[in-house]
Design a protein around this ligand. Structure first.
Ligand code: ATP
Ligand code: MG
Length: 288
């Protein structure tokens, strides 16, 4: 068990953590953090240097809120800082992510998309008047700061301005790497981008992540991989639409603002398939 006693300073985990982490098993990692097994039934998510403390605060608060609303999540246990690194102690969720499950058994890809859609619809059934950020604020800021041309930013902002805001709990980053297939059922982790907003925008984001999210460079050029991803994304959206009271057009209406906002963080190659897709969306909107 990790010596998770507090230092004299509140919010600081005691010295000794370094030593324990050196021996701890790395369970997984993403772009913002490494996750270590930290004793029976617990993990420590240790954020990479430079990750803003406010983002980590938001992740902790959102996971706690989702748990309080009855969503199956990794329960957040403690928010702390150690040696200049931000961290959250979570309950361990046993099982593999959907991403690793699909990588091991690609033939389960499409049934997995149905399960992902069902989970997403169940999150959206939570209506929340909480302290989370609103989707509109987040999208507006990310669009303004997207590294693209004025025409693209203006088209996305104009599109966002006429869309209905919505008041549902949205995960903001639901993709197969952020869902663990646990014995109790699918469990959504990584709530740092959670917000209150319109489910159709959240579905558009997941669809774009499935179609254009990072894969290995070599794989990106293989056409059957791209085809598989488009099929998976289409299957996820169709399945979601069976659950929630919305249409394909509702989801498509969010593609432009959600895609341009993503440009702010996305580390793709200039002119790649995603950038070509954004250019097509802009051209279509400007023509209309
Ligand atoms: N509570 C948990 N229990 C078990 N494994 C976990 C838990 N939290 C995270 N993991 C593992 O660690 C990996 C990375 O976690 P997480 O997605 O939270 O990191 P991240 O850096 O925020 O990811 P991203 O790249 O999406 O920003 C997960 O894919 C999963 O394998
Ligand atoms: Mg993640």
């Amino acid at each position: 068990m990790l010596p998770l006693t507090h230092d004299t300073a509140p919010g600081c985990i005691a010295a000794g953590l370094d030593h324990t982490l050196q021996r701890a098993r790395l369970l997984g990692q993403g772009s913002s953090a490494q996750v270590y097994e930290a004793g029976p039934g617990e993990v420590i998510k240790l954020f990479r240097p430079g990750v803003s403390p406010s983002m980590v605060d938001r992740e902790f608060a959102a996971a706690a809120l989702a748990a309080a609303q009855g969503v199956r999540v990794a329960a957040p246990l403690e928010r702390a800082t150690h040696d200049g690194r931000e961290l959250i102690r979570y309950r361990l969720v046993p099982g593999h992510t959907l991403l690793s499950a699909i990588a091991r058994k690609p033939h389960l890809g499409l049934p997995t998309m149905h399960r992902l859609a069902r989970l997403h619809a169940s999150i959206h059934r939570r209506i929340s008047g909480s302290s989370l950020r609103t989707q509109g604020q987040v999208l507006q800021r990310d669009i303004q700061q997207a590294p693209t041309d004025d025409r693209t930013r203006s088209a996305a902002a104009a599109c966002l301005a006429v869309l209905e805001p919505g008041s549902h709990l949205c995960h903001g980053d639901l993709h197969p790497g952020n869902v663990i297939d646990a014995p109790e059922g699918l469990t959504a982790i990584d709530w740092s981008k959670a917000c209150i907003g319109h489910p159709a925008a959240d579905v558009a984001r997941t669809e774009l992540l499935l179609r254009f999210g990072a894969v290995h460079d070599a794989l990106e050029r293989v056409s059957f991989v791209q085809l598989g991803r488009s099929l998976a994304a289409g299957c996820y959206v169709r399945s979601y639409l069976l659950h929630g009271g919305m249409t394909r057009a509702d989801v498509l209406a969010w593609h432009l603002p959600v895609a341009v906002a993503w440009l702010r963080f996305r580390q793709g190659r200039p002119g790649d398939a995603f950038e070509r897709y954004v250019a097509k969306l802009v051209a279509r909107t400007v023509r209309a």
